[in-house]
Design a protein around this ligand. Structure first.
Ligand code: AMP
Length: 480
């Protein structure tokens, strides 16, 4: 099950943790709007509240009041197709012989099925079909046998895939990032404690300072009294598999991920887009909000090359319409785009326009927008996209539609340009992505733009020699 989510955990010395967690979840709201939850611990027992919808809808003042304790974790969950179900809300919590456990997960295990079977054979009963429960049971089992750090290390050796986790074992809160560092996770220092969160924007919201990213394969254990933290590098790999799409689309522009401010990366990608495929036009328009930073970089580079280009906010966004992906049918999605964005006629009438967005998935947004701009009187509409064509699904936790739905899965950029009726269409190269991220392509997960994944996924190609348990080998290791 895809989990495209936001996670947080805090340990404070003087305050209750529920409100800071609630604020942090607000800062991570873009990472998930289906459900929100908080689990706290007051030194004696665990408290939990889960609710459907946005953070503001999932909690009221009385819920926060009941969440006693100065340590806790939180979660926001992204709506994935067909599963609007309270049983999937997180943090997942269980009580077992050696205490209570709460888990918030961002990512997706590739071997969840095999690991679940293995645990079921050992007598574990599951209440949901999510892979977070698999991690919780594996960890609970290991905690019966070893100390905390060993138990986490042993659990990691059974997992294959993407996971950034915040974990509460009684009053000990931890952050754990998978060995390839696929999803982001960072550590922050607050006035009266420490926090781990998916994005640094959540640390900012708490008035804290980003300490650093949690390293791939690293466990960070926060002291329950908020006085410090311990780090354990549990697994070390030669290569990482950071998701480039976090930087392109998913994360907030004001977050710093793996040492890079997302806004700067997007502007740099915009500059590269101009360098690779700039086209002379009267106006450069961003698709709000996803194309904004790209367009500002593109326009800056275009402005340096020619004085005769203007940058305009020619499409106005209705901020009360949610992400178009929440619409279940294609027809509804098409209507949603028109509801969401409206052109300002005077900025485009009689002009040649370059429209800039971060990505094309199904092609719905761009084809609608090209139509809207033509109706508003644009004499030509060029489209420039700040990422390579998305040709394959994401198995690592980003809801990217299936192969059949992806417009670039079996079409060339020229064919897509014709389909969406643009005068020209150009995407950014893979090399430009790696360059802007200051990473080697070998250290990025580019699965959705190459069709080759850094993990062992049934029926898909991999771009590396896979280390650790694979989808097939996990059940075999049950006999160990
Ligand atoms: P589409 O209309 O299907 O081509 O989707 C492209 C638009 O959706 C762009 O404006 C992107 O910024 C945005 N987008 C890209 N990936 C996602 C995603 N995984 N979830 C929601 N929106 C996305």
């Amino acid at each position: 099950m895809d989990e495209k989510c936001g996670v947080v955990g805090v340990a404070l010395s003087e305050r209750e943790s529920a409100r800071p967690l609630y604020y942090a979840l607000y800062a991570l709201q873009h990472r998930g709007q289906e459900s929100a939850g908080i689990v706290t611990h007051d030194g004696f027992q665990q408290h939990s509240h889960l609710g459907m919808g946005l953070v503001g809808d999932a909690f009221d003042a009385a819920d926060l009041e009941r969440l006693a304790g100065s340590v806790g974790i939180g979660h926001v969950r992204y709506p994935t197709a067909g599963s609007v179900d309270a049983s999937c809300a997180q943090p997942f919590s269980v009580s077992f012989k050696s205490g209570s456990l709460g888990l918030s997960h961002n990512g997706n295990l590739v071997n969840a099925g095999a690991a679940r079977e293995e645990l079921a054979e050992l007598g574990h009963a599951f209440t949901s079909d999510g892979d977070t429960e698999v991690i919780a049971h594996a960890l609970a089992r290991n905690l019966l046998e070893g100390d905390l750090v060993d138990a986490v290390a042993d659990t990691m050796s059974r997992l294959h895939g993407s996971y950034s986790l915040t974990i509460a074992h009684d009053d000990t809160v931890m952050g754990l990032r998978d060995p390839e560092g696929n999803r982001p996770l960072c550590l922050g220092e607050l006035d009266d404690g420490y926090a781990v969160a998916s994005e640094s924007a959540a640390i900012d919201a708490l008035g804290g300072e980003l300490v650093r990213d949690v390293r791939p394969g690293e466990l960070v254990v926060l002291a329950p009294d908020g006085s410090g933290y311990e780090c354990h590098q549990l697994v070390e790999r030669d290569r990482t598999a950071h998701c480039f799409f976090e930087h392109v689309y998913f994360a907030r522009p004001d977050s710093t991920i793996d040492g890079r401010l997302v806004y700067d990366t997007r502007r740099e990608l915009g500059r590269k887009l101009w360098a690779e495929s700039g086209v002379e036009t009267d106006v450069i328009l961003p698709v709000p909000d996803s194309g904004r930073a790209f367009a500002s970089g593109y326009a800056a580079a275009a402005g340096e090359a020619s004085a005769d280009v203007s940058f305009a906010e020619g499409l106005m966004k209705n901020r009360y319409v949610g992400r178009t992906f929440i619409m279940p049918t294609q027809d509804e999605r098409e209507r949603a785009v028109r509801l969401k964005l409206n052109p300002i006629k005077s900025t485009v009438e009689g002009k040649t326009v370059t429209l800039i967005d971060d990505s094309i998935v199904r092609g719905t947004t761009s084809s609608q927008l090209v139509g809207l701009l033509r109706e508003a009187g644009a004499s030509a509409v060029h489209l420039r996209i700040g990422s390579p064509p998305i040709v394959a699904p994401c198995y690592m936790g980003i809801d990217m539609a299936s192969r059949e739905e992806l417009v670039a899965a079996d079409r060339t950029p020229t064919e897509i340009g014709e389909l969406i009726d643009a005068d020209s269409l150009a995407y950014l190269s893979r090399a430009a992505i790696a360059d802007a991220l200051g990473a080697s392509r070998a250290d990025l997960c580019l699965g959705c733009v190459t069709g080759e994944y850094p993990y062992d996924i049934e029926g898909e190609a991999t771009d590396r020699e896979v280390v650790g348990p694979t989808a097939a080998s996990a059940s075999a290791s049950a006999d160990d």
